[in-house]
Design a protein around this ligand. Structure first.
Ligand SMILES: Cc1cc2nc3c(=O)[nH]c(=O)nc-3n(C[C@H](O)[C@H](O)[C@H](O)COP(=O)(O)OP(=O)(O)OC[C@H]3O[C@@H](n4cnc5c(N)ncnc54)[C@H](O)[C@@H]3O)c2cc1C
Length: 345
Protein backbone atom coordinates (compact mmCIF):
# COMPACT_ATOMS: atom_id res chain seq x y z
CA UNK A 1 0.00 0.00 0.00
CA UNK A 2 1.41 3.37 -1.02
CA UNK A 3 0.94 4.96 2.41
CA UNK A 4 1.51 2.04 4.73
CA UNK A 5 4.19 -0.18 3.18
CA UNK A 6 3.74 -3.95 2.82
CA UNK A 7 0.49 -5.05 4.48
CA UNK A 8 -0.36 -8.76 4.46
CA UNK A 9 -2.93 -8.66 7.24
CA UNK A 10 -4.25 -6.20 9.83
CA UNK A 11 -5.48 -7.34 13.24
CA UNK A 12 -6.85 -5.60 16.29
CA UNK A 13 -6.58 -6.95 19.82
CA UNK A 14 -4.52 -7.28 22.94
CA UNK A 15 -2.24 -9.38 25.14
CA UNK A 16 -4.13 -12.24 26.80
CA UNK A 17 -2.04 -11.79 29.96
CA UNK A 18 -3.91 -9.07 31.86
CA UNK A 19 -0.78 -7.67 33.48
CA UNK A 20 0.95 -7.28 30.12
CA UNK A 21 -2.17 -5.72 28.62
CA UNK A 22 -2.56 -3.25 31.48
CA UNK A 23 1.12 -2.29 31.63
CA UNK A 24 1.47 -2.05 27.85
CA UNK A 25 1.38 1.18 25.95
CA UNK A 26 -1.66 0.19 23.92
CA UNK A 27 -2.83 -3.42 24.31
CA UNK A 28 0.56 -4.89 25.26
CA UNK A 29 0.72 -6.75 21.93
CA UNK A 30 4.38 -6.03 21.20
CA UNK A 31 5.43 -7.45 24.58
CA UNK A 32 3.07 -10.42 24.37
CA UNK A 33 4.35 -11.44 20.92
CA UNK A 34 7.94 -11.19 22.15
CA UNK A 35 7.07 -13.28 25.20
CA UNK A 36 5.53 -15.93 22.97
CA UNK A 37 8.74 -16.00 20.90
CA UNK A 38 10.86 -16.64 24.00
CA UNK A 39 8.55 -19.16 25.66
CA UNK A 40 7.30 -21.05 22.60
CA UNK A 41 9.63 -20.37 19.68
CA UNK A 42 12.88 -21.13 21.54
CA UNK A 43 14.20 -17.59 21.13
CA UNK A 44 16.82 -16.57 23.64
CA UNK A 45 15.58 -13.08 24.54
CA UNK A 46 14.21 -9.74 23.43
CA UNK A 47 16.44 -6.85 22.44
CA UNK A 48 14.63 -3.60 23.25
CA UNK A 49 14.85 -0.61 25.57
CA UNK A 50 13.79 0.31 29.06
CA UNK A 51 14.39 3.10 31.55
CA UNK A 52 18.05 3.50 32.41
CA UNK A 53 18.53 2.22 35.96
CA UNK A 54 21.08 4.93 36.81
CA UNK A 55 19.40 7.81 34.96
CA UNK A 56 15.65 7.05 35.05
CA UNK A 57 14.68 9.79 32.57
CA UNK A 58 16.96 8.24 29.96
CA UNK A 59 16.77 4.89 28.18
CA UNK A 60 19.09 1.93 27.99
CA UNK A 61 19.21 -1.01 25.64
CA UNK A 62 18.55 -4.36 27.26
CA UNK A 63 18.25 -8.00 26.36
CA UNK A 64 15.24 -9.18 28.37
CA UNK A 65 15.02 -12.93 28.86
CA UNK A 66 12.08 -13.32 31.25
CA UNK A 67 8.43 -12.30 31.51
CA UNK A 68 9.19 -10.05 34.50
CA UNK A 69 11.87 -8.17 32.59
CA UNK A 70 9.57 -7.71 29.60
CA UNK A 71 6.67 -6.50 31.77
CA UNK A 72 8.97 -4.02 33.54
CA UNK A 73 9.93 -2.54 30.16
CA UNK A 74 6.48 -2.19 28.63
CA UNK A 75 5.21 1.21 27.57
CA UNK A 76 6.35 3.89 25.14
CA UNK A 77 9.19 6.12 26.23
CA UNK A 78 9.14 9.51 24.57
CA UNK A 79 12.86 10.15 24.80
CA UNK A 80 15.82 9.07 22.63
CA UNK A 81 16.53 5.34 22.55
CA UNK A 82 18.82 3.25 20.37
CA UNK A 83 18.13 -0.48 20.67
CA UNK A 84 20.47 -1.26 17.75
CA UNK A 85 23.43 -0.45 19.98
CA UNK A 86 22.75 -3.84 21.61
CA UNK A 87 22.94 -5.92 18.43
CA UNK A 88 26.25 -7.39 19.61
CA UNK A 89 24.28 -9.07 22.45
CA UNK A 90 22.07 -10.69 19.82
CA UNK A 91 25.08 -11.77 17.76
CA UNK A 92 26.56 -13.42 20.87
CA UNK A 93 23.28 -15.03 22.04
CA UNK A 94 22.99 -18.84 21.97
CA UNK A 95 19.74 -18.68 19.95
CA UNK A 96 17.82 -16.15 17.81
CA UNK A 97 16.31 -13.17 19.60
CA UNK A 98 13.23 -11.01 19.09
CA UNK A 99 13.67 -7.28 18.52
CA UNK A 100 11.32 -4.40 19.35
CA UNK A 101 11.99 -0.88 18.17
CA UNK A 102 10.77 2.20 16.36
CA UNK A 103 10.64 2.23 12.54
CA UNK A 104 14.16 3.72 12.31
CA UNK A 105 15.46 1.08 14.74
CA UNK A 106 13.96 -1.70 12.64
CA UNK A 107 15.50 -0.16 9.52
CA UNK A 108 18.81 -0.20 11.41
CA UNK A 109 18.45 -3.92 12.06
CA UNK A 110 17.70 -4.50 8.37
CA UNK A 111 20.76 -2.52 7.28
CA UNK A 112 23.01 -4.14 9.90
CA UNK A 113 21.84 -7.60 8.79
CA UNK A 114 22.68 -6.77 5.20
CA UNK A 115 26.22 -5.87 6.28
CA UNK A 116 26.70 -8.65 8.83
CA UNK A 117 25.15 -11.81 7.41
CA UNK A 118 25.35 -13.72 10.71
CA UNK A 119 22.73 -11.37 12.18
CA UNK A 120 20.12 -12.62 9.70
CA UNK A 121 20.01 -15.97 11.51
CA UNK A 122 20.08 -14.33 14.94
CA UNK A 123 17.15 -11.96 14.47
CA UNK A 124 14.19 -14.24 15.12
CA UNK A 125 11.54 -11.59 14.50
CA UNK A 126 11.36 -7.80 14.28
CA UNK A 127 8.41 -6.14 15.99
CA UNK A 128 8.11 -2.48 15.13
CA UNK A 129 6.07 0.13 16.96
CA UNK A 130 4.40 3.01 15.14
CA UNK A 131 6.20 6.28 15.74
CA UNK A 132 5.34 9.87 14.87
CA UNK A 133 8.80 11.02 16.06
CA UNK A 134 10.88 10.92 19.22
CA UNK A 135 11.05 14.01 21.43
CA UNK A 136 14.46 15.01 22.80
CA UNK A 137 15.28 14.45 26.49
CA UNK A 138 14.93 18.20 27.00
CA UNK A 139 11.20 17.78 26.37
CA UNK A 140 10.78 15.64 29.48
CA UNK A 141 12.95 17.96 31.57
CA UNK A 142 10.93 21.00 30.50
CA UNK A 143 7.64 19.17 31.07
CA UNK A 144 8.65 18.25 34.61
CA UNK A 145 9.86 21.77 35.36
CA UNK A 146 6.66 23.26 33.98
CA UNK A 147 4.76 21.08 36.47
CA UNK A 148 7.05 22.16 39.33
CA UNK A 149 8.83 18.80 39.60
CA UNK A 150 12.58 18.73 40.06
CA UNK A 151 13.88 16.16 37.53
CA UNK A 152 16.61 15.15 40.01
CA UNK A 153 13.95 13.82 42.39
CA UNK A 154 12.37 11.50 39.83
CA UNK A 155 12.99 7.81 40.40
CA UNK A 156 10.74 6.47 37.63
CA UNK A 157 8.82 8.04 34.75
CA UNK A 158 6.10 6.43 32.66
CA UNK A 159 4.78 8.26 29.64
CA UNK A 160 1.74 6.05 29.20
CA UNK A 161 0.48 2.52 29.78
CA UNK A 162 -1.08 1.20 33.03
CA UNK A 163 -4.43 1.85 31.42
CA UNK A 164 -5.08 2.97 27.86
CA UNK A 165 -3.63 5.31 26.85
CA UNK A 166 -2.59 5.90 30.45
CA UNK A 167 -1.08 8.96 32.07
CA UNK A 168 2.32 10.61 32.21
CA UNK A 169 3.28 9.71 35.76
CA UNK A 170 6.40 9.89 37.85
CA UNK A 171 7.53 8.30 41.06
CA UNK A 172 9.39 10.74 43.26
CA UNK A 173 12.22 9.39 45.42
CA UNK A 174 11.05 8.53 48.92
CA UNK A 175 7.37 8.84 47.95
CA UNK A 176 5.24 5.70 48.09
CA UNK A 177 2.85 6.23 45.20
CA UNK A 178 3.47 7.46 41.66
CA UNK A 179 2.20 10.93 40.89
CA UNK A 180 -0.11 11.24 37.88
CA UNK A 181 1.19 14.39 36.24
CA UNK A 182 -1.13 14.72 33.24
CA UNK A 183 -3.04 12.83 30.59
CA UNK A 184 -1.24 11.14 27.71
CA UNK A 185 -2.80 13.65 25.28
CA UNK A 186 -1.57 16.68 27.21
CA UNK A 187 1.93 15.30 27.73
CA UNK A 188 2.31 14.20 24.09
CA UNK A 189 0.90 17.58 23.01
CA UNK A 190 3.75 19.22 24.91
CA UNK A 191 6.53 16.75 24.08
CA UNK A 192 5.88 16.48 20.35
CA UNK A 193 7.25 20.00 19.87
CA UNK A 194 10.66 18.58 20.84
CA UNK A 195 10.85 16.15 17.91
CA UNK A 196 14.01 16.75 15.85
CA UNK A 197 13.59 17.85 12.26
CA UNK A 198 14.93 14.50 11.02
CA UNK A 199 11.76 12.89 12.40
CA UNK A 200 9.66 15.31 10.31
CA UNK A 201 11.49 14.01 7.23
CA UNK A 202 10.83 10.36 8.07
CA UNK A 203 8.22 8.73 5.81
CA UNK A 204 8.15 5.44 7.72
CA UNK A 205 6.06 5.93 10.85
CA UNK A 206 4.59 2.43 10.88
CA UNK A 207 7.69 0.19 10.85
CA UNK A 208 7.46 -0.90 7.23
CA UNK A 209 10.60 -3.05 7.51
CA UNK A 210 9.35 -5.03 10.51
CA UNK A 211 7.79 -8.50 10.44
CA UNK A 212 4.94 -7.17 12.59
CA UNK A 213 4.14 -3.53 13.42
CA UNK A 214 2.04 -2.43 16.42
CA UNK A 215 0.21 0.83 17.02
CA UNK A 216 -2.93 2.35 18.49
CA UNK A 217 -6.42 1.87 17.06
CA UNK A 218 -7.32 5.54 17.47
CA UNK A 219 -10.20 5.23 14.97
CA UNK A 220 -12.69 5.48 17.82
CA UNK A 221 -12.77 7.36 21.12
CA UNK A 222 -11.34 5.43 24.09
CA UNK A 223 -13.91 4.94 26.85
CA UNK A 224 -13.03 5.82 30.44
CA UNK A 225 -11.39 2.81 32.12
CA UNK A 226 -11.17 0.83 28.87
CA UNK A 227 -8.48 -1.83 28.74
CA UNK A 228 -5.80 -1.50 26.11
CA UNK A 229 -6.16 -2.36 22.43
CA UNK A 230 -3.53 -2.46 19.70
CA UNK A 231 -3.37 -2.73 15.94
CA UNK A 232 -0.99 -5.33 14.51
CA UNK A 233 0.09 -5.02 10.88
CA UNK A 234 1.60 -8.21 9.51
CA UNK A 235 4.23 -7.32 6.94
CA UNK A 236 6.06 -10.58 6.17
CA UNK A 237 5.38 -14.32 6.01
CA UNK A 238 7.55 -14.68 9.12
CA UNK A 239 5.34 -12.18 10.92
CA UNK A 240 2.23 -14.09 9.83
CA UNK A 241 3.61 -17.35 11.18
CA UNK A 242 4.61 -15.79 14.53
CA UNK A 243 1.27 -14.03 15.03
CA UNK A 244 -0.65 -17.20 14.17
CA UNK A 245 1.43 -19.14 16.71
CA UNK A 246 0.89 -16.45 19.39
CA UNK A 247 -2.88 -16.66 18.80
CA UNK A 248 -2.97 -20.45 18.84
CA UNK A 249 -0.96 -20.65 22.06
CA UNK A 250 -3.19 -18.05 23.72
CA UNK A 251 -0.67 -15.22 24.11
CA UNK A 252 -2.72 -12.70 22.15
CA UNK A 253 -6.41 -12.23 21.44
CA UNK A 254 -7.00 -10.74 18.02
CA UNK A 255 -9.65 -10.24 15.40
CA UNK A 256 -8.84 -9.64 11.75
CA UNK A 257 -9.82 -6.23 10.51
CA UNK A 258 -9.87 -4.19 7.34
CA UNK A 259 -6.65 -2.31 6.42
CA UNK A 260 -8.74 0.89 6.16
CA UNK A 261 -8.53 0.99 9.97
CA UNK A 262 -4.97 2.34 9.49
CA UNK A 263 -6.08 5.48 7.73
CA UNK A 264 -8.88 6.04 10.23
CA UNK A 265 -6.53 5.54 13.20
CA UNK A 266 -3.38 7.31 12.12
CA UNK A 267 -4.30 10.58 10.42
CA UNK A 268 -1.31 12.43 11.89
CA UNK A 269 1.09 9.83 10.55
CA UNK A 270 -0.51 9.94 7.11
CA UNK A 271 -0.32 13.72 7.04
CA UNK A 272 3.34 13.62 8.13
CA UNK A 273 4.21 11.13 5.40
CA UNK A 274 2.47 13.31 2.83
CA UNK A 275 4.42 16.39 3.90
CA UNK A 276 7.85 14.78 3.44
CA UNK A 277 8.00 15.40 -0.32
CA UNK A 278 7.24 19.13 0.10
CA UNK A 279 9.77 19.46 2.92
CA UNK A 280 12.54 17.74 0.98
CA UNK A 281 11.80 19.76 -2.15
CA UNK A 282 12.14 23.00 -0.18
CA UNK A 283 15.40 21.87 1.44
CA UNK A 284 16.80 21.00 -1.98
CA UNK A 285 15.90 24.48 -3.25
CA UNK A 286 18.24 25.84 -0.55
CA UNK A 287 20.97 23.32 -1.40
CA UNK A 288 20.57 21.66 2.00
CA UNK A 289 21.51 17.95 2.04
CA UNK A 290 18.48 15.68 2.38
CA UNK A 291 17.94 12.01 3.18
CA UNK A 292 17.65 9.64 0.22
CA UNK A 293 14.27 7.97 0.58
CA UNK A 294 13.43 5.52 -2.17
CA UNK A 295 10.29 3.42 -2.55
CA UNK A 296 7.97 5.44 -0.29
CA UNK A 297 5.78 6.99 -3.02
CA UNK A 298 6.49 10.41 -1.53
CA UNK A 299 5.04 12.46 -4.38
CA UNK A 300 1.84 10.37 -4.57
CA UNK A 301 1.40 10.80 -0.81
CA UNK A 302 1.97 14.56 -1.09
CA UNK A 303 -0.71 14.73 -3.77
CA UNK A 304 -3.18 13.20 -1.30
CA UNK A 305 -2.80 16.19 1.05
CA UNK A 306 -5.26 19.06 0.91
CA UNK A 307 -4.04 22.13 -0.98
CA UNK A 308 -3.57 23.92 2.36
CA UNK A 309 -1.41 21.07 3.72
CA UNK A 310 0.66 20.99 0.53
CA UNK A 311 1.39 24.70 0.82
CA UNK A 312 2.12 24.34 4.52
CA UNK A 313 4.69 21.58 3.85
CA UNK A 314 6.64 24.02 1.68
CA UNK A 315 6.08 27.35 3.45
CA UNK A 316 6.56 25.77 6.90
CA UNK A 317 9.89 24.29 5.82
CA UNK A 318 10.94 27.58 4.26
CA UNK A 319 10.22 29.33 7.56
CA UNK A 320 12.08 26.67 9.54
CA UNK A 321 15.11 26.94 7.29
CA UNK A 322 15.25 30.69 7.90
CA UNK A 323 14.45 30.66 11.62
CA UNK A 324 16.77 27.76 12.46
CA UNK A 325 19.43 28.90 9.99
CA UNK A 326 19.56 25.51 8.28
CA UNK A 327 20.87 27.30 5.17
CA UNK A 328 24.18 27.68 7.07
CA UNK A 329 24.61 23.92 6.72
CA UNK A 330 24.78 24.05 2.97
CA UNK A 331 28.56 23.97 2.88
CA UNK A 332 29.21 21.98 6.05
CA UNK A 333 29.66 18.25 6.23
CA UNK A 334 26.12 17.11 6.90
CA UNK A 335 26.70 13.48 6.03
CA UNK A 336 25.87 12.16 9.47
CA UNK A 337 22.26 13.11 8.86
CA UNK A 338 22.17 11.62 5.39
CA UNK A 339 20.36 8.37 5.61
CA UNK A 340 19.53 6.05 2.80
CA UNK A 341 16.37 4.05 3.07
CA UNK A 342 15.29 1.80 0.25
CA UNK A 343 12.23 -0.34 0.62
CA UNK A 344 12.65 -3.65 -1.14
CA UNK A 345 9.02 -4.17 -2.06
C1 LIG B 1 8.38 8.07 20.30
C2 LIG B 1 7.14 7.26 20.04
C3 LIG B 1 6.13 7.75 19.19
C4 LIG B 1 4.98 6.97 18.94
N1 LIG B 1 4.03 7.46 18.06
C5 LIG B 1 2.93 6.70 17.80
C6 LIG B 1 1.92 7.15 16.89
O1 LIG B 1 2.02 8.23 16.30
N2 LIG B 1 0.85 6.34 16.67
C7 LIG B 1 0.72 5.12 17.30
O2 LIG B 1 -0.26 4.43 17.09
N3 LIG B 1 1.66 4.68 18.12
C8 LIG B 1 2.76 5.43 18.40
N4 LIG B 1 3.72 4.95 19.26
C9 LIG B 1 3.65 3.53 19.67
C10 LIG B 1 2.65 3.25 20.72
O3 LIG B 1 2.86 4.19 21.75
C11 LIG B 1 2.84 1.83 21.26
O4 LIG B 1 4.20 1.63 21.52
C12 LIG B 1 2.40 0.76 20.33
O5 LIG B 1 1.01 0.87 20.10
C13 LIG B 1 2.71 -0.62 20.91
O6 LIG B 1 1.95 -0.77 22.06
P1 LIG B 1 2.03 -2.11 22.88
O7 LIG B 1 1.13 -1.99 24.05
O8 LIG B 1 1.87 -3.25 21.94
O9 LIG B 1 3.57 -2.03 23.35
P2 LIG B 1 4.20 -2.59 24.70
O10 LIG B 1 3.82 -4.01 24.88
O11 LIG B 1 3.96 -1.63 25.79
O12 LIG B 1 5.74 -2.54 24.31
C14 LIG B 1 6.36 -1.33 23.99
C15 LIG B 1 7.75 -1.67 23.52
O13 LIG B 1 8.30 -0.52 22.90
C16 LIG B 1 9.63 -0.35 23.33
N5 LIG B 1 9.87 1.11 23.33
C17 LIG B 1 9.29 2.04 24.13
N6 LIG B 1 9.75 3.26 23.84
C18 LIG B 1 10.65 3.11 22.86
C19 LIG B 1 11.50 4.00 22.16
N7 LIG B 1 11.50 5.32 22.41
N8 LIG B 1 12.33 3.51 21.21
C20 LIG B 1 12.36 2.17 20.95
N9 LIG B 1 11.57 1.27 21.58
C21 LIG B 1 10.74 1.73 22.52
C22 LIG B 1 9.69 -0.94 24.73
O14 LIG B 1 11.00 -1.38 25.01
C23 LIG B 1 8.69 -2.08 24.64
O15 LIG B 1 9.35 -3.27 24.28
C24 LIG B 1 4.85 5.71 19.55
C25 LIG B 1 5.85 5.23 20.40
C26 LIG B 1 6.99 5.98 20.64
C27 LIG B 1 8.07 5.43 21.56
Amino acid sequence: MKSWGPVLEVWEGYAADLEVRYAGSSGGLASAIALYCIEQEAMHGLLHIGADKKAPLENETVLSVSRDEIVARTGSRYAPASPCDGLSMVAAAPAPCAFIGKPCDVTGVTLASSLKGELVEKIGVTIGIFCAGTPSSQGTLDLLEKEGIDPQTVEEARYRGKGWPGKFSVKIKEEQMPLEVMTYRDSWGFLQKYRPYRCHLCPDSTSEFADIACGDPWYRPVKEGELGQSIAVVRTERGKEILKGAMEKGYVILKKTDPSILEKSQREILQKRGAVWGRILTMKMFGIPTPKLLGFSLFQNWLKLTFKEQIRSIVGTFRRILVRKYYMRRRTNFTNTIFETHRKT
